[in-house]
Write a protein that binds this ligand. Structure first.
Ligand code: URA
Ligand code: SF4
Length: 295
């Protein structure tokens, strides 16, 4: 079982050490006003890591990330994949609640960031999902959240797929719809993460020459070709998948070809560009006692 692998056990111990460090942390003024620290939780070997901005009231009360209304919406999104909350890792940029749910200050973010950086190194997910504008800003400050919602970026040996904050989906039905649709792009994000990791571990030769064409099979009569194709289809339909050729992460029914991934990405980009074109430029909503602005 995955839970018993040495990698899982080692990561679990290292994460527990961070939890203990955070619990005792006094590095910034948020330590004075917190009830509980909210270090993060989930699978120590998760392939997907969600990152929010900072704990709200319910998180401060319980010490757990994303357990208020926004958290329940996040759970719904994760379960629609379908995955479980325990299969992913959920953390925040700052581990203590800013009073009155104000945005964390730059100095607080700077003091706290080291914990998140170490969590990412230990968990080593294929895909990081920053939730909302502030979390996205920590990773890639130049991106706009609505423009990059559900899109896939290569970032520091892994893949980033920003999503709107689930709180925004609670107030804005269009954002809820976008979230319910974009969460499924995680499938492509994982595949892109696997591909990226392979490229990093086995860099392509520096040649820019066209690859040699595959040798053509001997010509067959049209009749024979049809029979051969039918046989291939029949074999593909009955053969058990060979586990040695499966990708390291096998979350989905079958690996997608590059063409399929590209076609799907193109389709999604077209949908998102149409959405962006029809969206309001700025909007500010009050959620969970907390002022977020989305744009
Ligand atoms: N919003 C966040 O950004 N993080 C939480 O943990 C809860 C709400
Ligand atoms: Fe420490 Fe981070 Fe909490 Fe500040 S917010 S006290 S840096 S854990």
């Amino acid at each position: 079982m995955a839970d018993e692998t040495p990698k899982h056990a080692a990561a679990s111990d290292q994460l527990a050490a961070i939890v203990a460090e955070v619990a005792a942390c006094q590095k910034c003024p948020l330590a004075q006003t917190r009830t509980n620290t909210v270090p993060g939780e989930g699978s120590p070997t998760a392939e997907i890591m969600f990152v929010g901005e900072g704990p709200g009231a319910e998180e401060d009360r319980t010490g757990r990330p994303f357990v208020g209304r926004a958290g329940r919406f996040l759970d719904e999104l994760i379960e629609s994949l379908p995955m479980r909350r325990e299969d992913v890792y959920i953390a925040n940029i700052v581990k203590c609640r800013p009073p009155n749910n104000r945005d964390p200050e730059r100095a607080e973010v700077n003091e706290c960031s080291n914990y998140l950086r170490r969590q990412i190194d230990i968990i080593d997910p294929l895909v990081i999902v920053p939730l909302g504008r502030h979390a996205l800003g920590w990773f890639m400050p130049d991106l706009r959240i609505t423009a990059s919602n559900g899109k896939i970026f290569r970032y520091d040996n892994r893949v980033l797929m920003p999503l709107l904050h689930p709180s925004s989906g609670l107030r804005n039905p269009e954002h809820a719809r976008m979230l319910r649709e974009s969460i499924h792009n995680l499938r492509d994000a994982i595949l892109e993460g696997i591909r990226f990791r392979r490229e990093v571990s086995q860099p392509a030769p520096p040649s820019t020459a066209e690859p040699e064409p595959e040798p053509m099979p001997p010509a067959l009569s049209p009749q024979t070709q049809i029979v051969e194709e039918a046989e291939i289809v029949a074999v593909a339909a009955t053969e058990e998948p060979d586990s040695s050729t499966q990708p390291a992460v096998n979350l989905f029914e079958r690996p997608q070809s590059d063409e399929e991934v590209q076609a799907e990405l193109k389709r999604q980009r077209a949908i998102e560009e149409a959405q962006e074109a029809s969206e309001n430029e700025t909007e500010s909503v009050e959620v969970d006692d907390r002022q977020f602005s989305f744009f």
